[in-house]
Design a protein around this ligand. Structure first.
Ligand code: NAD
Length: 369
C-alpha cells in the first residue's frame, strides 16, 4: 500500500494526532512516537524498548492509554513510544538520552517507563527535557512497583466486582498468571482481603497448592531465586498448566493474548480481573462472559500505575496515590458493571463506550493544538 494511505489508515474520530518517526543518523537510534489524543491534557504513556517494536503496536498502545487515562479521570491524553533497540545489549543511557532530545519539541507527550525501560531511563529523560514520570524517589518519584500500585488497584477492582457475582472474598481461591510487578502485589493485597492464593506461574513454571500458598514466602522465594517453582510447599507444574486449575478469581498478569478462542474453554473461574494489557482476545472475552465468567477489562482494572504516575507528575504523595487508585478503580468498576448487568452488554464494549464518550466530551472544549 502507498505509504501515505497506510499511515492514515487508522485515523478515526479520536486520533492518532501525531505519528513521529525519529532517526538519529550518527548513533542510528530509531524510535516511534504516537500521540493519540490530547483533549484531556498532555499525553502520558510509556517508552517501550524492544527490537521488534512496530508503529502498529505503538499506535494500539497509544489508543489504549487514551482510554485508560480518561477512564481514570486523569487530566491526560494518551500516547506511547517505542525505541527499536535491544534493552539487554545497548548502551541504554546513550540511547535514551538521544531519544529524549528527539522528543523535546513534542511538549504534549510525557514519557513513562514500560517494557525495557525503568526509573533510571526516566531520570535520563528528565535530565534532558525536564519531562517524565516514573522517576526515582531521589527526583521526587513515587516508586510504583515498590508500592505495588497496579496490583493494589486490581485487588480493589475485585472487591467491587465480587458483589455482582455473589462471591465471598473470604476463602475465595486465586490463581495468578505472571508473578511479577503486577502479580505479586495483587496476591498480597487480595490476601489482606481473605483470598487464598492456590497457584501462581512465571516463565519457568507454575506452583500449586489447593490448601493455599503463603504469599509473603512466595514473594521472597521469587525475588531470591527468580522463580515461583522454587517454593517448597506445593506441586510444580508447567507454566501453561495454570489455566487448567479450577479457581474463583483468575488474574492474568503476564503477556498479551494468553487466552484466545482456542483455549478459553479450559478456564474454570468465576471472576477474571485483567492485570496485564490485552491478556485475552476480544472474542475469548465474550466467550467467557457467555459462560457466566465475569471479566473486568484491563484499562479499567490495571490503571493503578498510570494513576500513580499522574499523582507524581502533579506533585502528590504516595498516600494520595493509594487513595486515588482505590476511589477511581472502585467507582469505574461499579459504573461499568452496573451498565453491563442492567443493559446486558459485554464488559469491554461497555467500558470502551464510556471511555469514548468521555474523550469526545473532552474534545468539545479543546481546539486542536
Ligand atoms: P514483570 O516483568 O514484572 O512480570 C511479568 C511476570 O510474568 C514475570 O514473573 C515473568 O516470568 C512472567 N511470565 C512471562 N511469560 C509468562 C508466561 N507465558 N506465563 C506466565 N508467566 C509469564 O511485568 P509486570 O510489570 O508485572 O507487567 C505484567 C503485565 O502487566 C504486562 O502486560 C504489562 O504491560 C502490564 N501492566 C503493568 C503495569 C505495571 O504497573 N507494572 C501496569 C499496567 C499493565
Amino acid at each position: 500500500m502507498e505509504i501515505t494511505k497506510k499511515i492514515f489508515e487508522f485515523a478515526d474520530e479520536l486520533g492518532p494526532e501525531k505519528i513521529v518517526h525519529l532517526y538519529e543518523p550518527r548513533t542510528r537510534m530509531k524510535a516511534i512516537v504516537v500521540i493519540d489524543n490530547v483533549a484531556a491534557g498532555p499525553a502520558i504513556g510509556g517508552v517501550r524498548m524492544a527490537l521488534d517494536v512496530t508503529t502498529t503496536e505503538v499506535r494500539r498502545l497509544a489508543r489504549a492509554m487514551t482510554y485508560k487515562n480518561i477512564m481514570a479521570g486523569l487530566p491526560h491524553g494518551g500516547g506511547k513510544s517505542g525505541i527499536i533497540a535491544d534493552p539487554k545489549t545497548v548502551n541504554k543511557e546513550q540511547v535514551v538520552r538521544t531519544f529524549a532530545r528527539g522528543i523535546k519539541s513534542l511538549e504534549e507527550y510525557i514519557p513513562g517507563p514500560d517494557m525495557g525501560t525503568d526509573e533510571a531511563s526516566m531520570a535520563y529523560i528528565y535530565d534532558e527535557i525536564a519531562r517524565a514520570v516514573g522517576l526515582p524517589r531521589e527526583l521526587g518519584g513515587i516508586p510504583l512497583d515498590e508500592m505495588g500500585a497496579t496490583g493494589y488497584g486490581v485487588a480493589e477492582c475485585a472487591a467491587v466486582a465480587k458483589e455482582y457475582i455473589n462471591l465471598d472474598l473470604n476463602g475465595a481461591r486465586l490463581t495468578i498468571e505472571g508473578f511479577g510487578n503486577v502479580g505479586k502485589p495483587t496476591a498480597r493485597y487480595l490476601a489482606e482481603k481473605g483470598v487464598m492464593l492456590v497457584a501462581a506461574s512465571d516463565s519457568k513454571g507454575t506452583i500449586y497448592n489447593p490448601k493455599g500458598l503463603k504469599v509473603e514466602e512466595l514473594i521472597r522465594i521469587k525475588d531470591a531465586t527468580g522463580s515461583v517453582v522454587n517454593y517448597k510447599d506445593g506441586e510444580v507444574l508447567k507454566t501453561s498448566d495454570l489455566l487448567m486449575i479450577s479457581t474463583d478469581i483468575f488474574v492474568p498478569a503476564a503477556r498479551p493474548d494468553v487466552i484466545s478462542e482456542a483455549n478459553s474453554d479450559v478456564l474454570d473461574a468465576k471472576l477474571v480481573i485483567e492485570g496485564a494489557n490485552i491478556p485475552i482476545t476480544e472474542n475469548a472475552e465474550k466467550m467467557l462472559h457467555d459462560r457466566g465468567i465475569l471479566v473486568v477489562p484491563d484499562f479499567v482494572a490495571n490503571a493503578g500505575g498510570v494513576i500513580t504516575a499522574s499523582v507524581e507528575y502533579h506533585g502528590g504523595t504516595e498516600a494520595q496515590a493509594f487513595e486515588r487508585i482505590k476511589s477511581t478503580i472502585a467507582k469505574n468498576t461499579k459504573e461499568i458493571l452496573d451498565k453491563v448487568y442492567s443493559e446486558k452488554t459485554y464488559p469491554r464494549d461497555t467500558a470502551l463506550g464510556v471511555a469514548r464518550q468521555r474523550v469526545l466530551r473532552a474534545m468539545k472544549y479543546r481546539e486542536w493544538m
